[in-house]
Design a binder for this molecule. Structure first.
Ligand SMILES: Cc1cc2nc3c(=O)[nH]c(=O)nc-3n(C[C@H](O)[C@H](O)[C@H](O)COP(=O)(O)O)c2cc1C
Ligand SMILES: Nc1ncnc2c1ncn2[C@@H]1O[C@H](COP(=O)(O)OP(=O)(O)OP(=O)(O)O)[C@@H](O)[C@H]1O
Length: 291
C-alpha cells in the first residue's frame, strides 16, 4: 500500500499521474465494523473494475480544525496504526489530506472536482451519513449531483448493533467510561494499543503513540499479544501517567523480553481507585447488569 499525503491545492502534474481508483471516503477512526463494510464494498467494486482501491482520509480530525463541538485530538487508531490496518484490508492507496482551515473552506462541488474526479476516482463509496465540503454541506445525495455522471456512487446503509449505529463516537464513549468489555460487538475485536514493551524489573512499561485515546483511569485486565504468544496482566491507567506510557504488571511473575512489540488488548475493567465511592458503585452496578 502506498500512503500519499495531500496538501491543498493538488498540483495538475500530481492529478495527471494519479491512478484510476474506487475511492472510500471518511475519517475512519478505529476501523470498526461499519467502516469495514465500506472498505469491503469498495474492494469488491475495485476488483470488478480492475482499478486501485483507494481510501481518502484526513489528518488531523476535522473537529480539531473547525473547533465546533467536541475536539478530537487523540485517536482509537493513530495514523500509523490506521495505515497498517488499511494495508491488511487490501487498500492500495491511502490518501491522507492535510486538513486545515483552507481545506475546510473548499465548497462541496470543488472538493469533488479536485479530490475525487481530479484523482481519477471511477466510483466513490461512503456511508449513509458521510458529509463533505464547507460547513459539511455535501451529503450522499449531493455526491451523486456533484459527480455529474463522471463516476458512480455507492451508499453503504447504516450498520447497527444492539439497535445503535456502530460509530467511533460510540466506541469513544464506551472506552472513556471504562466499558472495554462491550467494544468487540462494535469493533469486531478488543480495543488495542500497539507499542513496545520495556521490562522494568517487577513491572513493564508499554511505550505507545501518545495520540492513542485511552480508557478512563482504573485497573484493567489486559492481554499482551505478540504473534501467537499471549500473556495476561493488569494495566493501571492513572491521570498522572506520562503521555505515551502504559504501566503493566503481568500475572504469575511472568516476564517478557525487553523491547518486544506488543498489541495490548483491553479485556475488562477491574476497579477505579480514583473514582469517588458512589461513582465506583454505580459503575459496579452497570457491570452486574451486563453479566
Ligand atoms: C473539503 C472538506 C471541507 C469540510 N469543511 C467542513 C466545515 O466547514 N465544517 C464542518 O463541520 N465540517 C467540514 N468538513 C468535514 C465533514 O463534515 C466530515 O466531518 C469529514 O469529511 C469526515 O467525514 P466523516 O466524519 O463522515 O467520516 C469538511 C470536509 C471536507 C472533505
Ligand atoms: N455504522 C455505519 N454504517 C454505515 N456507514 C458508516 C457507519 N459508520 C461510519 N460509516 C461511514 O464510514 C465512513 C467513515 O465515517 P466516520 O469516520 O465519520 O465514522 P463514524 O464512526 O461515523 O465517526 P463519528 O462517530 O466520529 O462520526 C463514512 O463514509 C461514514 O458514513
Amino acid at each position: 500500500m502506498k500512503t500519499i499525503n495531500l496538501n491543498h491545492p493538488i498540483s495538475n502534474t500530481f492529478k495527471e499521474n494519479s491512478e484510476p481508483c474506487v475511492m472510500a471516503l471518511g475519517f475512519f477512526d478505529g476501523i470498526h465494523l461499519g467502516h469495514r463494510q465500506i472498505i469491503k464494498t469498495a474492494k469488491s467494486l475495485a476488483d470488478e473494475k480492475n482499478v486501485q482501491l483507494a481510501v481518502m482520509t484526513f489528518f488531523p480530525h476535522p473537529s480539531s480544525v473547525i473547533k465546533k463541538g467536541e475536539q478530537i485530538t487523540t485517536y482509537l487508531t493513530p495514523l500509523a496504526v490506521k495505515e497498517k490496518m488499511f494495508a491488511k484490508l487490501g487498500v492500495d492507496l491511502l490518501y491522507v489530506v492535510d486538513f486545515n482551515t483552507e481545506v475546510a473552506k473548499i465548497p462541496h462541488d470543488a472538493f469533488v472536482d479536485e479530490y475525487l474526479f481530479g484523482l481519477k476516482c471511477r466510483h466513490a463509496v461512503a456511508g449513509f451519513d458521510y458529509k463533505y465540503g464547507f460547513k459539511g454541506k455535501g451529503d450522499m445525495a449531493q455526491l451523486n449531483v456533484d459527480a455529474v455522471g463522471r463516476f458512480g456512487v455507492t451508499i453503504v446503509e447504516k450498520q447497527e448493533k444492539h439497535n445503535k449505529k456502530i460509530s467511533s463516537t460510540l466506541l469513544r464513549d464506551l472506552i472513556s467510561s471504562g466499558k472495554v468489555e462491550d467494544i468487540p460487538d462494535y469493533l469486531g475485536q478488543r480495543y488495542e494499543c500497539r507499542g513496545i514493551l520495556h521490562n522494568k524489573g517487577k513491572h513493564h512499561v508499554l511505550y505507545i503513540d501518545p495520540d492513542y485515546f485511552l480508557p478512563c483511569p482504573g485497573a484493567y485486565e489486559v492481554s499482551l499479544v505478540n504473534g501467537s504468544l499471549v500473556t495476561k496482566g493488569v494495566c493501571e491507567v492513572s491521570s498522572s501517567d506520562r503521555p505515551g506510557e502504559l504501566n503493566v504488571r503481568l500475572f504469575h511473575d511472568q516476564s517478557i523480553a525487553n523491547e518486544t512489540p506488543i498489541h495490548l488488548h483491553w479485556e475488562s475493567f477491574i476497579a477505579d481507585y480514583e473514582m469517588d465511592p458512589l461513582h465506583a458503585q454505580s459503575r459496579f452496578d452497570d457491570m452486574e447488569v451486563n453479566m
